[in-house]
Write a protein that binds this ligand. Structure first.
Ligand code: PMP
Length: 424
C-alpha cells in the first residue's frame, strides 16, 4: 500500500476491506497486552535459584558478614560486576539497592539541590534548568524531570543515536541546559545502539556546556543482547581522552537480568562526583541490602556466568521479537505506512506511523482487545508532536499471543492511515 499516491477510489476500496478485517478481529474478543517492558514469568524463572542459594553462608569474599549494617558502597564483588557491565572502574562503581531509577532520581536531586561540585554548583541556583531528551525515549526519565522542575527539550533519535548536531546546537545556545538523558544501548524504545562517533561526541559535550553539565547514561540494556550482540564504545574511555570524566554518570541494574525490581542497581561516576554523591547517600541509609547482593554474586559470580544467563533470556525473547519483525516486514516493507528498527537487543520495537495516526491506532487496537503503550508516552510531557510513535513490548505475551496481537496492530495501522488520508 502506498497511501500518499493512492486515488480516492483506491482509498475507499481499502477502507472498505480493512474495516471488514477489523470488524472480524473485534468479534474475536481478544485480550492481549503489548505494553509492559518487563520479563516474562519464564525469564524470571531463570533466576529462581536465588532463593535459598546462600544456604546459611552469609560471608562475602572478603569475609564481611552481609547480615549486618555497613558497606555503603556495596560488596566489592558486586561492585566489580557492576563495573564490568558498565565498562567502568570498580573503585568508581557503587552496588546499591533494587532500582537504578531510584539512583537516577537521587543523582538528579543531588545535582539540583546540593550540587556535585559544592553548594554554588546546585542547578536550582540557575533559575531555569533544562534537560536534553532524545525522543522517542523512556517515559520515566521524563517523569523524574517533571517532578524536579527540570524543563525538557526533545532531540531526534536516529539510527546511530541522538542527532548530535541538534544536541550541540542546543548546548551552544541555551545556558539553562544542565544535562541530558541517554539510553545508549538498545535504547528504550528505539532499540538503537549509539555509534562510536556519537559516543565520542557525547564525551566532548561538557567542553561546550555550562559547568555542572551531566549526562545521565542509563545503560539499562547493557548486556541484553539478542542473537547478534552489538558493541557500545566505552563512554568513560572517551571521557578520559576528552578530560570530561565528571560529566557522565552511568547506571545499570539486574532488573532484567534476575528478578525485576528485586535485584541490585549500579551507579558509576568519577571519584570527584562520588565524593559528593556518597555524602548525599550516607545521610539516607546505613548501607544497601548486602544479603541480596551476595545472593546475586553466588548466582552470577562473573561476566562469563552473566553472559550465559543472558543467552538463556535471549533464547526466550528472540522468537517474540522475530514475530514482531515478521509481521511488520510482511505488512509494511515497501509501503509508506510506517518505519521501524529491527532491534538486536533490549525490550522494545519502536514503530512510527504516518503523522497523525498513533493515537488512533492505539485506540483502535484497544477496542480490538490489544493494549498498547499510550501514544505520546515516549515523549516529554506525554506529547508526541507528530503523533507518530508507538512502543511495542513483546516480552510478556507468548509467541502465539504476539503473532495474534501483531495481526491486530498491522490492521489498525493500515485502517488508521487510510482513514486519516480520506479525512485530509
Ligand atoms: N531505565 C530504562 C531505560 C528502563 O527501560 C527501565 C525499565 N523499564 C529502567 C531504567 C528501570 O530500571 P530499574 O528496575 O533498575 O529501576
Amino acid at each position: 500500500m502506498n497511501i500518499e499516491h493512492a486515488s480516492q477510489e483506491q482509498l475507499r476500496l481499502w477502507e472498505h476491506q480493512l474495516a471488514a478485517d477489523y470488524a472480524a478481529i473485534v468479534a474475536r474478543k481478544l485480550n492481549l497486552d503489548l505494553t509492559r517492558g518487563k520479563p516474562s514469568a519464564e525469564q524470571l524463572s531463570l533466576s529462581d535459584d536465588l532463593d535459598g542459594i546462600l544456604k546459611g553462608n552469609y560471608k562475602s569474599l572478603d569475609g564481611t558478614d552481609t547480615r549486618n549494617y555497613g558497606g555503603g558502597e556495596g560488596l566489592p564483588e558486586a561492585r566489580a560486576l557492576g563495573a564490568a557491565i558498565l565498562d567502568a572502574s570498580p573503585s568508581e562503581t557503587l552496588a546499591l539497592g533494587n532500582s537504578s531509577l531510584t539512583l537516577m532520581f537521587q543523582c538528579l536531586l543531588n545535582a539540583v539541590q546540593f550540587g556535585f561540585d559544592g553548594p554554588d554548583s546546585a542547578w536550582h541556583k540557575r533559575g531555569k534548568m533544562t534537560f536534553i531528551c532524545p525522543t522517542p525515549g523512556y517515559d520515566r526519565h521524563f517523569t523524574l524531570c517533571e517532578q524536579l522542575g527540570i524543563q525538557m527539550i526533545a532531540v531526534d533519535m536516529g539510527p546511530e543515536g541522538p542527532n548530535m548536531d541538534q544536541v550541540e546546537q542546543l548546548i551552544d545556545q541555551d545556558p539553562s541546559i544542565c544535562g541530558m538523558w541517554c539510553v545508549p544501548k538498545y535504547a528504550n524504545p528505539t532499540g538503537v545502539t549509539y555509534s562510536d562517533a556519537v559516543v565520542d561526541r557525547m564525551a566532548k559535550l561538557a567542553k561546550r556546556a555550562q559547568p555542572g553539565f551531566r549526562i545521565f547514561w542509563d545503560n539499562a540494556y547493557a548486556v541484553h543482547d539478542l542473537a547478534e550482540p552489538q558493541t557500545l564504545a566505552s563512554i568513560m574511555a572517551a571521557c578520559n581522552i576528552a578530560g570530561t570524566q565528571d560529566s557522565v554518570i552511568q547506571f545499570a541494574s539486574t532488573s532484567k537480568i534476575t528478578h525485576a525490581g528485586a535485584g541490585v542497581a549500579f551507579v558509576a561516576m568519577s571519584a570527584r562526583n562520588l565524593t559528593s554523591f556518597k555524602t548525599f547517600l550516607n545521610s539516607q541509609s546505613i548501607g544497601p541490602d548486602k544479603v541480596n547482593q551476595l545472593r546475586h554474586m553466588r548466582l552470577l559470580p562473573d561476566m562469563a556466568h552473566l553472559r550465559n544467563h543472558m543467552q538463556a533470556h535471549a533464547r526466550i525473547l528472540q522468537p517474540r521479537f522475530d514475530a514482531v519483525s515478521s509481521a511488520l516486514d510482511a505488512a509494511f516493507t515497501g509501503t509508506d505506512l510506517g518505519q521501524w528498527e529491527t532491534p538486536k537487543g533490549g525490550y522494545f520495537v519502536s514503530f512510527d506511523t504516518q503523522p497523525g495516526c498513533a493515537q488512533l491506532v492505539v485506540q483502535m487496537a484497544a477496542e480490538a482487545g490489544v493494549k498498547l503503550t499510550p501514544a505520546g508516552a515516549t515523549f516529554p510531557y506525554g506529547k508526541d508532536p507528530q503523533d507518530r510513535n508507538i512502543r511495542i513490548a513483546p516480552s510478556v505475551p507468548s509467541v502465539a499471543e504476539v503473532i495474534a496481537a501483531m495481526e491486530v496492530f498491522v490492521t489498525c495501522v493500515k485502517l488508521a492511515s487510510v482513514r486519516r488520508k480520506l479525512a485530509a
